[in-house]
Write a protein that binds this ligand. Structure first.
Ligand code: NCD
Length: 316
């Protein structure tokens, strides 16, 4: 099985090298075909325990990690916010140390608080995978996005030199944007971000991206358009007037998509707010690779669980 991954946890894409990212992407590519087998299971993580600790709402990511663990034959246990003792006042650290006492091999955590995964990794023995911590990072989403871009636009190349990606929407509150910015720049892509001025972090260009407060110039000639949802749950004061106006100025429609490269692909991490950031005709249209992102999500999470869970090869 390919690749050496010199990390005990996956807490973010910040700090991953190009080689690290490509190790995950290569392995994900090999795991992809397991989804087409009549029996979708390999013995790779047999006897290992994966706990999915989801303390913030999630459909895709939680299901994807659960399927990934099961396809690798790990025992997967899911704990979700409403069903956990955190609703009875237990702190995350108490939940974590109690979970650790049950000797899991990997703990996948989603939490509303930025830094939750890092904190957990310091306190428990299991490998920790960050499945989204507040507005901070969501590394497996960025890795599955890179896998999708590599398949559609980079023709399997290991670097993204020559590709331009526009990430559009609520950049300020998006962990998907942050993780993608780090990963895409590391792979050599050019990155543009676009959104209302109030939703662009003040010093975003210091990361090495170009920033636009209108979507049209950001879309010109790009190879990839990544649309994001307005993260209402993280906006106390409401930083834009209303959804109708947002859609009018920042929504992706056919007219605006025509500004991008003729072969540009359209991505979205989900959940989509149809008719707000994305015209349904585009979400369901020929340029959309949104469901491929979801399919690749399972394979990428299998790769991550394999690399951190210490299993035997099973993709052959
Ligand atoms: C994203 C998230 O939770 O950060 N969704 C996901 O993981 N598929 C993006 C979002 O919620 O808008």
């Amino acid at each position: 099985m390919s690749g050496v991954f010199p990390h005990r946890h996956l807490l973010g894409t910040e700090g991953l090298s190009r080689a690290d990212i490509n190790t995950v992407l290569d392995l994900g590519e090999r795991f992809l075909e397991i989804a087409d087998r009549p029996i979708k299971k390999v013995p790779t993580l047999r006897g290992k325990t994966v706990i999915n600790l989801f303390l913030e709402p999630s459909t895709r990511t939680r299901t994807s990690f659960e399927i990934a663990a099961k396809r690798l034959s790990a025992d997967a246990v899911n704990i979700s916010g409403a069903a956990s003792s955190t609703t009875k006042g237990e702190t995350l650290m108490d939940t974590a140390t109690n979970i650790d006492a049950m000797s899991p091999d990997v703990v996948v955590i989603r939490h509303a608080q930025a830094g939750a995964a890092v904190m957990l990794a310091k306190r428990i023995r299991a490998a920790v995978v960050n499945a989204g911590d507040g507005a901070h990072e969501h590394p497996t989403q960025a890795l599955l996005d890179c896998s999708t871009i590599r398949a559609h636009k980079a023709k399997g190349r290991v670097d993204f030199a020559g590709l331009t990606v526009a990430i559009c929407g609520d950049i300020l509150n998006s962990r998907v944007a942050r993780s993608n910015i780090h990963a895409l720049l590391t792979l050599g892509a050019r990155v543009r971000v676009a959104g209302p001025r109030t939703l662009l972090p003040a010093r975003i260009t210091e990361l090495g991206v170009e920033a636009f407060d209108r979507i049209e110039p950001a879309l010109e000639g790009v190879d990839v358009v990544m649309m994001l949802r307005i993260q209402k749950e993280r906006q106390a004061g409401g930083r834009f007037p209303n959804t109708r106006e947002y859609s009018r100025y920042f929504g992706l429609n056919a007219h605006r998509l025509a500004l991008a490269h003729a072969d540009a692909i359209v991505m979205h991490p989900g959940p989509i707010n149809r008719g707000v950031e994305l015209d349904p005709a585009i979400a369901d249209g020929p340029r959309s690779v949104i469901l491929d992102q979801v399919a690749r999500g399972v394979a990428i999470r299998m790769a991550v669980l394999y690399l951190l869970g210490g299993g035997d090869s099973g993709a052959e």
